[in-house]
Design a protein around this ligand. Sequence first.
Ligand SMILES: Cc1cc2nc3c(=O)[nH]c(=O)nc-3n(C[C@H](O)[C@H](O)[C@H](O)COP(=O)(O)OP(=O)(O)OC[C@H]3O[C@@H](n4cnc5c(N)ncnc54)[C@H](O)[C@@H]3O)c2cc1C
Length: 375
Amino acid sequence: MEFDFVIVGGGVYGMATAYHLARLGAESVAVLERAQPAGGASGGIGQRGVRANRRDLRELPLIREANQIWPTLHEELDGETGYIRTGGTYLIEGPASTGFKGIDAAETYARAQTELGVPTELWGRDRVRSEYPGISEDIQGASYVPTDGMASHEATTLAYAAAARRLGVQVIHETGVASVLTADDGGITGVVTDKGETIRARREVILLANGGVRRLVADATGRELPLWTIHPLASRLRTSTSAHIPMLTGHETRPLSVKMLGTDVMLSGGWRGRETAGGSEVVTDRLAGNIEVLRHVFPYLADLEVITADASRAESASVDQIPIIGRCAPRLFVAAGWSGHGWAIAPVVSRLIAEDVLLGISSPLLTPFSPERFR
Ligand SMILES: Cc1cc2nc3c(=O)[nH]c(=O)nc-3n(C[C@H](O)[C@H](O)[C@H](O)COP(=O)(O)OP(=O)(O)OC[C@H]3O[C@@H](n4cnc5c(N)ncnc54)[C@H](O)[C@@H]3O)c2cc1C
């Protein structure tokens, strides 16, 4: 088999990049996915945060662009995204004197975020209490970004996949890539699947396989990207309390990231799952620790029942906690190392990758994420 573009990985990045390539006129695009579309970090329970608040400042220009796309993405794809703009806070607990960053730092971040196109307000104790009645007395304030929200990751990824297929992209699932083919000049010419089949790429191989990227790049180029795999722990909790959490909420010093799913609470961040020989597993006392943090901040959520907990969705993290996006060899484009925040920026980053590999347009928005920063 032979295609112009061979994409490895059927998560949101693989599917959205394939969609944009086809939309921009590429006629021969294949996505190879070892399991099923949305079988990795882009699938699973609940929703993912579309958050700019207190992300790495280098990502904010991307999130600003993504915020233009999210509200109408369902129309563009003719599918569900579940996107809602709830607004989002980052809670501040410790005063600066305790060694935490505190309100002064939050004010500085708010100014920097606003200057980068993400208008941010600083809330004091009273405003936090009027928005979050019953919140812990320890919370001193919050930074608030009205454009933050959340989206259904699995639905959106499948909507990208359906839109890509309608434009002629071939999605080949249950086909893993075992290795990347390198020509004598170091350029990449295709891949070999785990079934032993060679699939040639006339123009480019695009590795969007998240946790699978590091080994494939190392085998093909001898270069070890500074990436590792993490196993975030997500849980859905039920409470009989009618009080709830009004918006996407993070915390400056406690490992807490929380949102509502209807009347249930979705918790992510915090202690992670444990790696096992075959993947990863939920560890009961780690989950209990995460729930304890939630209860500390929201004491009214006393009677939480675990409906489901999942640590099976592996994610790649980079050494400087921002993604690695760019070429690692001639005709080998790579994007991974999302470090737990690849979701929010996927609609814009996937478009920029497609514009680069198809049209040769390198966006300055991607410059900070180049693999060359490690050389
Ligand atoms: C619990 C959790 C909560 C998160 N919360 C947020 C959030 O609130 N906000 C945010 O912005 N981000 C969040 N993220 C991160 C975000 O979901 C990911 O960064 C994003 O989904 C990554 O997309 P991807 O397409 O690169 O990876 P994936 O969705 O993992 O897709 C990669 C695909 O590649 C396939 N693959 C791997 N190796 C091979 C191979 N050799 N051959 C073929 N296929 C292969 C895998 O099967 C997988 O389907 C969260 C992640 C998790 C796990």
